[in-house]
Design a protein around this ligand. Structure first.
Ligand SMILES: [Zn+2]
Length: 434
C-alpha cells in the first residue's frame, strides 16, 4: 500500500505523451451548442456567454461560421471586438470562399473541417480524398498567409480509413497547420479506440491535436480524458454538453474529471466557481433543467444519505467524496430525512437547529424518525418537527422539575424559619414529591 499523498487518479508517469496536466479547452457552446435542438441564441446571449467563458478561463471560444447567416457574421464580429483574453475561433467548411469571409471577421484563428468517412464522402459532400487534400492545402496556406491560427479536422474520423487519415494529417502537418482535429462525430467511439487512434496519429505528426467527442453512447468525457492520455492537447466542450443530438463533452463534467486527476493545474488555471453560473445561464436560455445526476451541479451531487455515509462524511468528508464542493463554490448536504438516516446525521441537524440534547436523547429521536420513515416519505420539515417536539417536551419536563425544586426549597426554608412541622406542612411536601 502506498501511504504517501500520491494521487491515485493522477496521470500515469509512464504516459510520456500525456497532456492530462497541460490540456487546453476549446469551448464551442457558441457553435456546436447552437446546433442543439432548443437553441436560439441572440446577440445579447452570445456576448454574455462569451464574457462568462472568458472569466472562467477557457483557452478558446469557437463560434458559428460567418457564412451561416448575416446575423451569425454580426455576432462573430461583435464577440471578436469585446477584447477578451480568450482567443476567438470560427468553424468553417473546407473551402476557400468560406475562409475568405472568416479571416475578415477579426478572429484569432479558423477551425476547418471536412468529412472523410465513406458515409460523409458518399452522402454528404461527395468528394474524393485527393479533392479533400487539395482543398485543405489551399485553405491552410491562405489562412496562414493572413497570420491566423489554423486547425484542420476530419469529420467522422473513427469511421474513416486510417491510411486516408494519416495521409491527410501528415500532409497538412508538413505545411504548418497549428492543430489537427480528430472528431467522433457520431459518438460511437470507446476509450480504447480513442487511445489507439490518437496515439497512432500523434506518432506521425508534430503539430498539436484537438479532439471532439459526441456523447451518443455516453463515453464523451471518458473519451476526452483518454485522448489527453494519448497525446491530444485540446478538448472541445460546451456548457452542459449541448450540441447536435445529445451533444458533446460537457464543460462542467469535464472539469469534474480533470480536477480529480490534475487538481493543481485545474484549480490554478480555471475559475471553477463560475461553472454553476455558466450552466444556469445556458440551461435557462435553452429551456432545460440541469440534470439531477449532473457532475458538480446536479441537485444531489454532494448529498449524502445513508447513515453510515453521513457518519463518515461528518468525521472526514473525503471518506465518501472525491471532489470538494467548496472548490466549485458549493456545499455538501447531509440528507437526514429518511429511514436510512443515522444518529450522527440527526445530531448534526440538532446542532444546526441550535438545540441542546444529549446523545441518548438524539438516539431516541432517530428511532422515531426511522420508524416514521418506514411508513412514508419524510420531508426535512417532518424531521425538524420531531426534533423540535422532542426538545420542547424535554424542556417542559425540565422546567417543571426546576419549578418543583424551587417550591420545595422555598417550603423547606420557610418551615425551618417558623419551626413548622405541622401536618399541613407535611401534606404540602408530600404533594410536591408526587
Ligand atoms: Zn460536433
Amino acid at each position: 500500500m502506498n501511504g504517501s499523498s500520491k494521487n491515485p487518479y493522477g496521470p500515469n508517469p509512464c504516459d510520456y505523451l500525456s497532456n492530462v496536466n497541460s490540456f487546453r479547452i476549446i469551448d464551442t457552446t457558441l457553435r456546436e451548442g447552437e446546433q442543439f435542438a432548443n437553441a436560439f441564441f441572440t446577440l445579447d446571449f452570445k456576448v454574455k456567454i462569451a464574457k462568462a467563458l472568458d472569466e472562467f478561463g477557457v483557452d478558446y471560444i469557437e463560434m458559428t461560421s460567418p457564412v451561416a447567416s448575416e446575423q451569425s457574421r454580426t455576432e462573430l464580429e461583435t464577440v471578436c471586438k469585446l477584447g477578451l483574453k480568450t482567443k476567438i475561433l470560427t468553424h468553417i467548411r473546407c473551402n476557400i470562399n468560406d475562409a475568405k469571409v472568416a479571416v475578415n471577421c477579426g478572429v484569432d484563428g479558423v477551425n476547418v473541417f471536412i468529412g472523410t468517412s465513406q458515409f460523409m464522402r458518399k452522402y454528404s459532400h461527395g468528394k474524393d480524398m485527393s479533392f479533400i487534400t487539395n482543398a485543405a492545402v489551399q485553405v491552410i496556406e491562405f489562412v496562414k498567409s493572413k497570420g491566423l491560427e489554423i486547425r484542420f479536422s476530419t469529420e467522422d474520423s473513427f469511421r474513416s480509413d486510417i491510411v486516408d487519415l494519416l495521409n491527410i494529417y501528415t500532409t497538412v502537418d508538413k505545411i504548418g497547420v497549428n492543430r489537427i482535429g480528430i472528431a467522433d462525430t457520431v459518438g460511437g467511439g470507446n476509450p480504447r479506440q480513442v487511445y489507439d487512434l490518437v496515439r497512432t496519429i500523434k506518432s506521425c505528426v508534430s503539430c498539436d491535436i484537438e479532439t471532439h467527442f459526441h456523447n451518443d453512447t455516453g463515453c464523451a468525457i471518458a473519451n476526452a480524458y483518454t485522448a489527453l492520455e494519448a497525446g491530444s492537447k485540446y478538448i472541445d466542450t460546451t456548457v452542459l454538453g449541448i450540441g447536435e443530438r445529445n451533444g458533446i463533452v460537457p464543460l462542467g463534467g469535464f472539469m469534474a474529471r480533470m480536477v480529480v486527476s490534475s487538481p493543481d493545474y485545474v484549480k490554478s488555471k480555471y475559475k471553477l466557481t463560475k461553472i454553476r453560473e455558466l450552466e444556469t445561464l445556458v440551461a435557462e436560455t435553452v429551456k432545460v433543467n440541469i440534470p439531477f445526476n449532473n457532475p458538480i451541479t446536479g441537485f444531489c451531487a454532494f448529498t449524502h444519505k445513508a447513515g453510515i455515509h453521513a457518519k463518515a462524511i461528518l468525521a472526514n468528508p473525503s471518506t465518501y467524496e472525491i471532489i470538494n464542493p467548496a472548490d466549485f463554490g458549493l456545499s455538501r448536504y447531509i440528507h437526514f430525512a429518511s429511514r436510512l438516516t443515522g444518529w450522527n446525521a440527526i445530531k448534526a441537524r440538532v446542532e444546526q437547529l441550535n438545540l441542546d440534547l444529549t446523545d441518548d436523547q438524539i438516539k431516541e429521536i432517530t428511532k422515531k424518525i426511522k420508524h416514521l420513515g418506514d411508513v412514508r416519505p419524510l420531508s426535512i420539515d417532518d424531521v425538524d418537527s420531531i426534533i423540535k417536539d422532542f426538545h420542547a417536551d424535554t424542556t417542559k419536563i425540565e422546567l417543571a422539575k426546576e419549578d418543583q425544586d424551587k417550591k420545595r426549597q422555598a417550603l423547606e426554608s420557610s418551615a425551618a424559619k417558623d419551626g413548622d412541622n405541622s401536618e399541613d406542612h407535611q401534606q404540602k411536601k408530600r404533594k410536591l414529591d408526587n
